[in-house]
Design a binder for this molecule. Structure first.
Ligand SMILES: Cc1cc2nc3c(=O)[nH]c(=O)nc-3n(C[C@H](O)[C@H](O)[C@H](O)COP(=O)(O)OP(=O)(O)OC[C@H]3O[C@@H](n4cnc5c(N)ncnc54)[C@H](O)[C@@H]3O)c2cc1C
Length: 403
């Protein structure tokens, strides 16, 4: 441990909290759960390994890749085989590429000059202006409405630049090569959770120790029966939780939850797939996917549904829907095992009401030596690889790392 990190306290042992501790070569992590990994954990059930839904590794910068490489289990590289279900037909993802390859007569309906997301007044307007009325009604509107569970007019469009592949240009990219995740890595065995488990070794983590209160004036984190003083607090727990634990007056933002029905399926899938996006309003899942690897006739499948205030449907209801969807997809076989998982805080909702306000909030938390970081911690739609950049950013801000 180095001197600067002596009084560093970290909340949460997900990939961001673990990256902070690894980079700082010190600090203590308080973790609510009994094991590390947060959203990037894995679970063994019978012969199957399940994650919190699809978790695929794609490094977009070599610095993050270098940082994670000592912790990576043996990876297999995969070529994405992903689709969008339109009616009963599977069109290659991204639909904005494959649709026009498949139905070239529709090409004129693509707007010629897609706007910058940052200049669009909201997500609904941005998607309509970028992809035109036909694809908006066919896919972008029903899919995003189902995913976000709120009016798309109330969401910022800024994040769309990174996660939604732009429309094809004059020389179109083949669908299988478009977007940031055309190929991805995934552990050969043990699921995505192996990475966090490797990162946690040698790091001081107090498991089963949820922060219950934060006294900003006294610089104390209070857990059941113990107080932890800090000089610098890097918080990777959801921002809404941080604000409520520390009695901060900023109105807590509303997270989007994801509930995952994992199914161990023995049989044949008519067509192999990595994942399939489902815009249909009558099917509750926004995405179904298959965990990479596994036996020839055993498939670890995940079915993802989002939720806000209303709790997600009961497991039996989801299982019924999952069976119908599998039969629509032509799969034949039996369900061998199921594992239901819930993440009440999975996506940071990019509400328009937050526009331009988070920076002020983070400045005010910095005055109390609190540095929010990570996907829900800093309220940004981040990937696993981004957790390294977040860790580095927060340590630089806290002046534990120097440039
Ligand atoms: C459905 C889904 C699919 C995804 N797919 C991909 C993908 O394919 N590829 C990719 O790169 N990324 C993917 N991601 C994103 C990736 O999972 C996250 O970016 C990353 O895991 C976030 O790590 P984190 O440490 O910032 O947050 P978290 O993993 O949320 O860690 C926060 C930690 O804080 C702990 N905690 C919470 N409250 C308290 C408390 N009061 N006291 C102490 N500890 C507390 C939690 O238990 C948790 O361990 C996906 C995310 C979701 C939800």
């Amino acid at each position: 441990m180095n001197a600067a990190s002596d009084k560093l306290l970290i909340l949460g042992a997900g990939l961001t909290g673990l990256s902070v501790a690894q980079l700082a070569r010190g600090g203590t992590i308080l973790e609510r759960e009994a094991r590390p990994g947060g959203m990037a954990q894995s679970f063994q059930r019978d012969r199957y390994t399940f994650d919190f839904g699809g978790h695929y590794l794609h490094f977009q910068d070599s610095e993050a890749e270098r940082f994670f490489s000592p912790f990576l289990p043996v990876l297999e590289n995969h070529q994405r085989e992903s689709f969008v279900l339109i009616g009963e037909e599977l069109l290659a993802y991204p639909i904005q590429h494959s649709f026009f390859q498949r139905f070239p007569l529709q090409t004129p309906s693509l707007p010629p000059h897609p706007p910058e997301p940052e200049r669009s007044p909201n997500l609904a307007k941005h998607l309509q202006a970028t992809f035109g009325p036909f694809l908006w009604e066919l896919f972008f509107k029903p899919y995003n409405t189902k995913l976000w569970k709120c009016p798309l007019e109330t969401l910022q469009a800024g994040g769309a630049r990174r996660w939604i592949p732009p429309p094809p240009t004059v020389v179109p990219t083949p669908a299988e090569k478009a977007g940031y995740n055309a190929t991805f890595g995934y552990p050969k065995i043990g699921g995505i959770g192996k990475m966090a488990a490797n990162m946690a070794s040698g790091v001081r983590v107090l498991y089963g120790t949820p922060a219950e209160k934060i006294d900003r004036a006294k610089k104390l984190v209070i857990t059941k029966g113990r107080e932890f003083p800090y000089q610098k607090l890097i918080s990777t727990i959801p921002l809404n939780a941080l604000l409520s634990l520390s009695d901060h007056p900023f109105p807590a933002p509303s997270p989007l939850g994801v509930s995952i029905l994992n199914i161990g399926f023995r049989g044949t899938l008519q067509r192999p797939f990595s994942w399939i996006y489902i815009p249909h309003p009558s099917i509750p899942f926004f995405r179904v996917g298959r965990y990479p690897g596994g036996d020839e006739d055993r498939h670890g499948l995940y079915f993802e549904i989002s939720f806000r205030e209303e709790p997600p449907p009961a497991t039996e209801v989801l299982l019924r829907h999952a069976r119908s969807l599998l039969s629509l997809l032509g799969a034949q076989g039996e369900v061998e095992t199921i594992l239901r998982l819930n993440l009440p805080e999975a996506y940071p909702t990019p509400s328009l009401t937050l526009s331009g306000k988070l920076e002020g909030l983070f400045d005010s938390l910095k005055e109390d030596s609190i540095y929010p970081a990570g996907r829900m911690g800093s309220w940004q739609y981040l990937s696993m690889a981004d957790c390294y950049n977040e860790a580095k950013r927060s340590l630089l801000q806290a002046e534990i790392l120097k440039v």
